[in-house]
Design a binder for this molecule. Structure first.
Ligand code: BGP
Length: 484
C-alpha cells in the first residue's frame, strides 16, 4: 500500500455539466442553447471542428441526445443521494445559462430556472456536499449565437456580467467555489464549444478565436471582481484543458516546436487569467498569425484586476508534437492533434492514456503559478457491459483512475498544492465530443442508449465501491474495498 499524501480536508467528488445530464430541454422556461442543436454520434466532432455550422436542427438526419440526456432535472435527488453514498464532499456542476436567461439578452432572469438550482444546492447541502459551480460549460444560449454571433460579439461581455451578478446574488449563501469558463483554452481547437461560433473560414479561424477569447478574458475578470464583492469568502477559479506537450524526440527543432505549441495551448489563457496580462510571447504569435485583437480602453486593467484565486484543470491525455509531420502522422494523434506517442496505449476513442502526464501537468502548473490546483475532470470513456446478474465489472476504469490518483499523490509529494479531485462524468452522461451515451465515464450506470431506448434506471458499477473506499481512506487505499 502506498503512503498517503492527500491533505486533511481534501475535496473528493465528481463532475458533470448541465447540458450533458439535465435533459428537460424545454421545461422550466429554459431557452435553447448550443448543446440542444448538436447532433449525437460521429457527425458531432466533424461539425465541431469544421467551419460553417448553421445551428439548425435536422431531425430527419440526426438525433439530439442532450434534449433528454439522463434526466437529472427530475432525478437529481436520487443521483445526489448516490453521490453522498460514495462519500463525495464536493460536486462540480454547471448552471445552464439559458435556464436563467432563456435568450441570454433579457433584463430579468427566469425565476423557475433559479429555483431549480436552489433545490439542487439545498439537496447537496443536506448531504454535506460542497457545490463547485461552472458558470459557462459549452452551453451558450442559442439566441446569443444566432443573433449576435456568439463570443465574437463584445455585447456578450455585458450579458455575461448580468448573468453572473444574478448568480452571485442569488446563491451567495450556498456556493463558495466557482469556475468561470470551462476549458477556456479548448477554443484554440474547438471554437464552437466554448465561444459559440463556427469559424467563417480556416483563414479567419485564429483571428476570430482570439477575439472571442479576449471577450471571455474580460468577462471572466469582471466575474471574479463581482464575485469577490458579493461573496467575500468566495474562491473563483479558471478552468484549463491541460495536455502536457512532449517533443516526439530529442531533435531540438521538435523540442522547440513542442514548446511553442504547448505554450499557446496550455498556458496563454492561464497566463492572462492567472497573472493578469497577455504574456510577452503572445505578441510574436499574434503578429505571425495575423491576429489583431480589438480591445476597449480599460480591458487590460480589468484583466489585471480580475485574476483568479485557484486553477482548475481537466486532464485526459498528453500530446506529442513533431515539427514536420506527415498527414498520416498528424491524423494518428489525440483529440487535440499531435502525433502518436509510441509509449502510450489509447482508449477506444483514441485518447492516449498517460497517468504520468498528470503528474507532469500538476508540476508544470504549480511551478509556473504557485496557486492551489484542483483536478476537476479526469476519467475513462469506455464501453460498459451490463452482466446478466445486473453488475458492471469496470476494472479498466478502476485501473485508469487508480493510476491517475497515484500520479496526483506523487505530485503532492513533489510539493504541489492540490486541493481537490472531481472525476468526470461520475454518473453516465452524454459525451461532449461524440454525443454518445455509449461513451460512459460513470461510477453509476444509467440505462439509456444511443438508439433512444432505456429506462433511465441507475445502477452502481464495481468502480462505485472502489471510489467509495478511496474517499473513505482519503486516497490511502487505491486497491479497492477488499484490498486493504
Ligand atoms: C471535456 C468537457 C466535458 C466532457 C469531457 C469528456 O472536454 O469539459 O464536458 O465531456 O471533456 O469528453 P467527451 O465527453 O467528449 O468524452
Amino acid at each position: 500500500m502506498s503512503r498517503s499524501s492527500f491533505p486533511e480536508g481534501f475535496l473528493w467528488g465528481g463532475a458533470i455539466a448541465a447540458n450533458q445530464v439535465e435533459g428537460a430541454y424545454q421545461e422550466g422556461g429554459k431557452g435553447l442553447n448550443l448543446a440542444d442543436v448538436l447532433p449525437g454520434g460521429k457527425a458531432r466532432l466533424r461539425l465541431l471542428t469544421e467551419p460553417g455550422f448553421n445551428f439548425e436542427m435536422d431531425r430527419d438526419t440526426y438525433t439530439y441526445p442532450n434534449h433528454e440526456a439522463i434526466d437529472f432535472y427530475h432525478n437529481y435527488k436520487e443521483d445526489i443521494a448516490l453521490f453522498a453514498e460514495m462519500g463525495f464532499n464536493v460536486f462540480r456542476l454547471s448552471i445552464a445559462w439559458s435556464r436563467i436567461f432563456p435568450n441570454g439578452d433579457e433584463k430579468e432572469p427566469n425565476e423557475e430556472g433559479l429555483a431549480f438550482y436552489d433545490r439542487v444546492f439545498d439537496e447537496l447541502q443536506k448531504h454535506g456536499i460542497e457545490p463547485l459551480v461552472t458558470i459557462s460549460h459549452y452551453e451558450t444560449p442559442l439566441h446569443l449565437i444566432k443573433e449576435y454571433g456568439g463570443w465574437k460579439n463584445r455585447k456578450l461581455v455585458d450579458f455575461f456580467e448580468r448573468y453572473v451578478t444574478v448568480l452571485f446574488n442569488r446563491y451567495k449563501d450556498k456556493v463558495k467555489y466557482w469556475l468561470t469558463f470551462n476549458e477556456i483554452n479548448g477554443a484554440v481547437h474547438f471554437p464552437l464549444f466554448g465561444l459559440g461560433f463556427s469559424a467563417t473560414s480556416e483563414e479567419t479561424r485564429l483571428q476570430e478565436t482570439f477575439q472571442g477569447l479576449h471577450h471571455q478574458f474580460v468577462a471572466s475578470a469582471k466575474a471574479v471582481q463581482i464575485g469577490h464583492d458579493i461573496i467575500p469568502d468566495s474562491r473563483i477559479g479558471c478552468m484549463l484543458l491541460y495536455a502536457p506537450t512532449y517533443s516526439y524526440d530529442s531533435n531540438p527543432e521538435n523540442v522547440m516546436h513542442a514548446l511553442e505549441e504547448g505554450r499557446i495551448f496550455n498556458f496563454l489563457c492561464g497566463d492572462v487569467q492567472i497573472r493578469g496580462a497577455y504574456p510577452r510571447y503572445s505578441t510574436r504569435y499574434f503578429e505571425e498569425n495575423d491576429i489583431d485583437i480589438e480591445m476597449e480602453e480599460g480591458d487590460l486593467q480589468t484583466i489585471a484586476e480580475g485574476t483568479v484565486d485557484f486553477i482548475s484543470l481537466s486532464y485526459y491525455m498528453s500530446r506529442t508534437e513533431k515539427k514536420d509531420k506527415t498527414a498520416e502522422e498528424a491524423s494518428s494523434g489525440n483529440l487535440i492533434q499531435g502525433v502518436k506517442n509510441p509509449f502510450l496505449a489509447a482508449s477506444d476513442w483514441g485518447w492516449e492514456i498517460d497517468p504520468t502526464g498528470l503528474r507532469i501537468a500538476l508540476n508544470e502548473l504549480y511551478d509556473r503559478y504557485q496557486l492551489p490546483l484542483m483536478v476537476v475532470e479526469n476519467g475513462l470513456g469506455a464501453y460498459d457491459k451490463l452482466e446478466e446478474d445486473g453488475s458492471i465489472q469496470d476494472d479498466y476504469r478502476i485501473d485508469y483512475l487508480k493510476n491517475h490518483i497515484q500520479a496526483m499523490k506523487e505530485a503532492v509529494r513533489d510539493g504541489v498544492d492540490l486541493i481537490g479531485y472531481t472525476a468526470w462524468g461520475c454518473i453516465d452522461l452524454v459525451s461532449a465530443s461524440s454525443g454518445q451515451y455509449a461513451k460512459r465515464y460513470g461510477f453509476i450506470y444509467v440505462d439509456k442508449h444511443d438508439d433512444g431506448s432505456g429506462t433511465q434506471e441507475r445502477r452502481r458499477k464495481k468502480s462505485f465501491y472502489w471510489y467509495q473506499d478511496v474517499i473513505r481512506t482519503n486516497g490511502e487505499n487505491l486497491e479497492g474495498p477488499a484490498g486493504e
